[in-house]
Design a protein around this ligand. Structure first.
Ligand code: GRF
Length: 217
């Protein structure tokens, strides 16, 4: 089996689909061992089934505390012994213990140019703040929300007529390029994590990671 990863989702799973597509096309040499959702109706579960990937649903509502849910989730994930856990629209705040367990081997994608606009509604907030540009970040997950070391960002200009939806569509298209790229770099050992910092090809990345351009491979 090539590099085993587990993907966590809560919704549509278009980033999951990008990972599936690239691995089917041989551009990404990983095995998606399982897809886990905290929501039974997440469309991403159908995408996974369609691709023949084992799926699990674990509802957070069945647990009294965040810690108990995360402990149960960790047991399911670790059955697959993944080398990387990929959060792809997994809409949960993580407990410190869970984040620490996967420190240096769990990635997230966040739709903003971090450290700007942590949290939700990032597209509307970027428009309201009259930002000139907006974007997306792939980062290592640390116990603090949306604060782990950034690997790569992609940016786009905000046009005068952009709405949260139109901007969101542009950002999604960028996500589907940079998330598989970051996962591939990790699986090839090119991206590593040391002392809270992200490294690419043994060089420490700046706080904002590397900025995507189409010559990056
Ligand atoms: C993306 O916008 C991602 O940045 C955020 O959640 C969304 C997931 O979209 N973390 P999808 O489910 O992959 O389509």
């Amino acid at each position: 089996m090539s590099f085993p990863i587990v993907v966590l989702i809560s919704g549509s799973g278009s980033n999951l689909q990008a990972l599936i597509n690239q691995s089917l096309q041989g551009q990404l040499n990983v095995t998606i061992s399982a897809v886990i959702s905290n929501k039974a109706d997440a469309y991403g579960l159908e995408r996974a089934r369609e691709a023949g990937i084992p799926t699990h649903t674990l509802s957070h509502k069945a647990f009294d505390s965040r810690e108990e849910f995360d402990a149960a989730l960790q047991i399911i994930i670790d059955q697959y012994s993944p080398k990387l856990v990929v959060l792809a629209g997994f809409m949960r705040i993580l407990s410190e213990g869970f984040a620490t367990h996967y420190l240096g081997r769990m990635l997230n994608i966040h739709p903003s140019l971090l450290p700007k606009f942590k949290g939700l509604d990032t597209h509307q907030r970027a428009i309201d703040a009259r930002e000139k540009e907006h974007g997306v970040s792939v980062h290592f997950v640390s116990p603090e929300l949306d604060a782990g070391a950034v690997i790569i960002q992609a940016a786009t200009l905000i046009e005068n007529n952009d709405t949260a939806d139109s901007l969101g569509n542009k950002i999604h298209a960028l996500e589907h390029i940079i998330y598989p790229l970051a996962v591939r770099w990790f699986s090839e050992g090119r991206v590593t994590f040391h002392d809270g910092k992200a490294l690419l090809d043994h060089k420490e990345l700046p706080a904002s990671g590397i900025l995507y351009n189409n010559t990056l491979q």
